[in-house]
Design a protein around this ligand. Structure first.
Ligand code: HEC
Ligand SMILES: [Cu+2]
Length: 357
């Protein structure tokens, strides 16, 4: 079936799925034969390639459920096929009524009791995975991160480290011999969101006035992609998640850089003035300045992020400028207004933000 689809169709079909992975690998042209490769691409959001304990146990459960369902399918479809062939209408059957059967305790009991047993087994298996995942004691080496969902971006706070950042979550890789899982304490500033990084764990909803928790323990360094999995408004689709599992050295370097007060590069003084004299300061924080807004992402280290606007576009000077000029061009429905800066101010503020490493 796949082979008969023309490759243009396949490309268009997968262009959406591959948008995020595209940043890392350059734009790829997919052909029918590459389709499977894409599905199993390690950087994709493939639920069949878990790299963390919760995702691993969910996969185990999924395989069990899929196995049981496949068994049921084979039995039902097999009986159906057998009946269709064995009892099909044959020449000479026209004037002949089949035997009329009313009620059979044996058959009725079996088709009531067997499904109940199957449901109970599936229920117990699911409950076990949920309880085991939630019960695992939190090691003293665990990292705590507060996650706040916003329309349409993620706020990450590391209370013990004094770090506030957005959209790109950095966590240490968790070696089985020296587990350093990350515990996420989650809530929402506005509406319901859902944090889902399929290769690391299941979904957890972020609900206003309620605190939910989950943990992740990526066993391999690298980038894990995810997505807000609860429709939260117009730009829900561009509320992407990027989890960077850093080696211990990378992680301490990242922490040290984030703990620094935002740089004040002399050559960016003009852009800093533009930023500080516009409404930007009401919505954004830049540490060490009077910009203390909390409605939008913290920009103290915005240049250290690989993407802007919650993973929508790579963080290049062109994209940064285009976004500040008219955020809706990149993210229609975004809650940052177009600030109508003139070209000179736009260039200056872009240059300033590019220095905030
Ligand atoms: C009314 C509040 C508001 C004002 C004013 C505002 N912003 Fe924003 N800004 C936001 C919100 C909300 C976002 C998050 C957009 C998203 O990704 O959905 C954002 C995102 C950004 C981002 C992307 C950050 C990231 O990490 O993804 C940059 C850069 C930015 N704003 C710069 C500016 C500049 C420069 C100004 C002033 C010229 C400004 N903003 C004015 C609310 C505001
Ligand atoms: Cu959302």
């Amino acid at each position: 079936m796949v082979g008969s689809m023309n490759s243009g169709m396949v490309e268009r079909f997968f262009a959406g799925f591959d948008q995020q992975a595209g940043f890392e690998h350059g734009v790829r042209r997919l052909h029918a034969t590459q389709m499977l490769a894409t599905v199993f691409d390690p950087s994709s959001t493939n639920i069949f390639a878990p790299k963390g304990t919760p995702a691993q146990s969910i996969l185990g459960l999924s395989v069990l459920v899929l196995g049981i369902c496949a068994g049921i399918f084979l039995v039902v479809a097999g009986l159906l096929l057998y009946t269709i062939i064995r009892y099909r209408s044959r020449p000479g059957d026209e004037n002949h009524e089949p035997a009329q059967i009313y009620g059979s305790n044996q058959v009725e009991l079996s088709w009531t009791v067997i499904p109940i047993l199957i449901i109970v087994a599936l229920f117990l298996a699911s409950a076990r995975v949920i309880f085991v995942t939630q019960k695992i004691p939190k090691p003293a080496t665990a990292l705590d991160v507060v996650v706040i969902g916003h329309q349409f971006w993620w706020e990450y706070r590391y209370p013990k480290l004094g770090i506030v950042t957005a959209n790109e979550l950095h966590v240490p890789v968790s070696e089985p011999t020296h587990p350093t899982p990350t515990y996420l304490t989650m809530s929402s500033a506005d509406t319901d969101h859902s944090f889902w990084v399929p290769r690391l764990a299941g979904k957890t909803d972020l609900i206003p006035n309620k605190v939910n928790t989950m943990w992740i323990d990526p066993e391999q360094a690298g980038l894990y992609l995810g997505q807000c999995a609860q429709y939260c408004g117009v730009q829900h689709a561009k509320m992407l998640i990027r989890v960077y599992a850093d080696t211990p050295e990378q992680f301490s370097a990242w922490v040290a850089a984030q703990q620094h007060v935002a740089l004040q590069v002399p050559s960016a003084a003009a852009g800093r003035e533009v930023f500080l004299h516009n409404a930007c300061v009401n919505c954004h924080t830049v540490s060490g300045t009077e910009a203390k807004g909390i409605f939008g992402p913290d920009l103290s280290h915005v240049a250290s992020r690989a993407t802007i606007a919650s993973g929508s576009v790579p963080n290049t000077p062109e994209n940064l400028r285009a976004f500040i000029n008219n955020p809706s061009d990149i993210k229609p429905g975004v809650l940052m207004p177009a600030m109508h800066l003139n070209d000179h101010d736009l260039d200056a503020v872009t240059q300033y933000l590019s220095t905030l490493r």
